[in-house]
Every structure is written in structure tokens, then in C-alpha cells.
Ligand binder design. Structure first.
Ligand SMILES: Nc1ncnc2c1ncn2[C@@H]1O[C@H](COP(=O)(O)OP(=O)(O)O)[C@@H](O)[C@H]1O
Ligand SMILES: [Mg+2]
Length: 249
């Protein structure tokens, strides 16, 4: 069993906040660093699986598996991925209210938690509740893990955003970065790609710094950490998804 597998939970009880978008782009970022990535889709909508079906066979591999059946099955799958020397396991999970036992299992397995959040007032209300619930969850109280919020489709100068930042600051939860509202994310999901693979696309290039922030944050906080290999320069150019390896720089 690999003792150095990073296990990352991407979660929020709110639908549509960007869990699958973040989970798939994160998986791509790790895969493009030459790491062995397992993406565990714990949502019945199975959006990660649909994404994986569209992925170019030549692109860096992201093993994508459905894991919404039961907490026990998820636990088994995590052991299986670790036994197969997976470097990174990413879990896309709806949240504790929809399936408490599945959420608890994913949380127990995780080294750190990423919470995508939108800046609408409803999303912020739900997000605040989710963060508060997460921080008081018995698994977190027994073994605290780093939590980071990613603002998805962030709007500048929003009063809601300021209120959320103030709330998170009180709890000591950092906002890792902001992700723009951009069609490149929709295009990437539809193409089974990540934005960092769309290197000929100017809007996608603008997203690189955000992904670098996220990768750095993870690398600094994940337990069992080790040096990540340097990203590999890609060769082929395309305006769609780049099926070869991309770099975040
Ligand atoms: N930053 C973004 N810019 C534009 N569209 C986005 C962005 N993030 C997510 N979306 C779109 O919003 C919808 C919901 O995102 P998704 O990742 O599926 O959320 P969740 O998995 O939390 O339900 C999808 O259609 C997705 O393509
Ligand atoms: Mg989803």
C-alpha cells in the first residue's frame, strides 16, 4: 500500500457550485504532472464519469470510478486505489446532508478538503452552513484536516463575498483562490479535459494562476507530502483540449 497517496475531498452540500468542475480540473492538473490519479465520483449524477467518457485516450490518464453506492464500497475502493499505488485520490462528494454515511467515509479518508463556493447570497448561506457543519463534524473534531474554499464564478466587489470572507476569517478557513465565470470551464468539461490542457485558448490561459494557487496550497498542506515532479512541457497544439501533457505556468 502506498503511504503517500494524497486524498482530496471536493465537497459542498450545494448543487451546482462547481464540485465536478474543480474535481475534474484538479485531476487533470495532477495527471499532467505525471502522477497516477484516481477520481472517485461519489455523486449519483455521475458527472465525472460522463466527463471521463469524453476524455481523449491519448491524454494523461485519470482513472474515474463511480462510488455513490455505499460508504463501505467507497472505503474498499480507496484501499484498492492505494494498493495500486495511486498518487492522488480525488473524491467528488455532494455533502453530508444527502448521504451522511458516504460523506463521513470520504471525510475520514481525506487528508484535506476543498470547498467550491459561488458568491450568490443563497450559495453563501448554504456554504456557511456547510463549513460550520464540516468544522463541527466528529471526524474533523477527532482529526482536523486543512479546509480551503475556492470561490467559483467569483464576482468582484460583491458585498456577499466580503461577508463570506469575514465569516471564513473568523473560522480560520482560507480562501485559496478565485475561479472566473468562463465558458472555458463548460468547454473543458464537455471535452473531457481540464482548462490547463487548452493551451491555445487565451481565456483558459488566464485560469492558470488560479490552478497554480490550488496546487501549491494542496502541496503545502497534504499529509504524506513529497516533492511533485516538475510539469512536463506539452508538444501538440490544439484549440480544443490538448490531449498531451500540459503545464501550469
Ligand atoms: N467557473 C465556471 N465558469 C463557467 N461555468 C461553470 C464554472 N464552474 C462551473 N460551471 C458550470 O456550472 C454548472 C455546475 O457546475 P458543476 O461543476 O457540475 O457543479 P456541481 O458538481 O457542484 O453540481 C456546470 O454546467 C458547469 O459547467
Ligand atoms: Mg457534480
Amino acid at each position: 500500500m502506498s503511504g503517500t497517496t494524497k486524498k482530496i475531498l471536493v465537497a459542498n452540500s450545494k448543487g451546482g457550485c462547481g464540485k465536478t468542475t474543480i474535481a475534474t480540473n484538479l485531476a487533470v492538473a495532477f495527471a499532467n504532472q505525471g502522477l497516477k490519479v484516481s477520481l472517485l465520483d461519489c455523486d449519483r449524477q455521475a458527472s465525472c464519469l460522463h466527463w471521463a467518457e469524453e476524455r481523449d485516450a491519448q491524454a494523461p490518464n485519470v482513472k474515474t470510478v463511480a462510488n455513490y453506492h455505499s460508504a463501505d464500497k467507497l472505503a474498499e475502493q480507496i484501499v484498492h486505489e492505494q494498493d495500486n499505488d495511486s498518487d492522488v485520490i480525488i473524491m467528488d462528494v455532494t455533502g453530508r446532508h444527502t448521504d451522511a454515511s458516504l460523506f463521513e467515509e470520504a471525510l475520514k479518508a481525506s487528508d484535506l478538503v476543498l470547498i467550491p463556493m459561488l458568491a450568490s447570497s443563497l450559495d453563501i448561506k448554504a456554504g456557511k452552513r456547510f463549513v460550520a457543519d464540516l468544522m463541527t463534524h466528529r471526524v474533523m473534531r477527532a482529526t482536523p484536516r486543512p479546509i480551503g474554499v475556492i470561490y467559483n464564478r467569483a464576482q468582484n466587489n460583491s458585498a456577499n463575498k466580503q461577508r463570506l470572507e469575514d465569516f471564513l476569517r473568523c473560522l480560520g478557513v482560507p480562501v485559496i483562490t478565485e475561479i472566473k465565470d468562463s465558458p472555458v470551464y463548460v468547454n473543458a468539461v464537455e471535452a473531457g479535459a481540464g482548462v490547463i490542457e487548452m493551451r491555445e485558448n487565451a481565456a483558459a490561459n488566464k485560469e492558470y494562476p488560479a490552478w497554480r494557487d490550488i496546487m501549491l496550497w494542496i502541496d503545502r498542506r497534504a499529509s504524506g507530502r513529497r516533492e511533485l515532479p516538475r510539469p512536463i512541457q506539452a508538444g501538440r497544439k490544439t484549440t480544443r483540449a490538448n490531449p498531451k501533457q500540459a503545464r501550469i505556468s
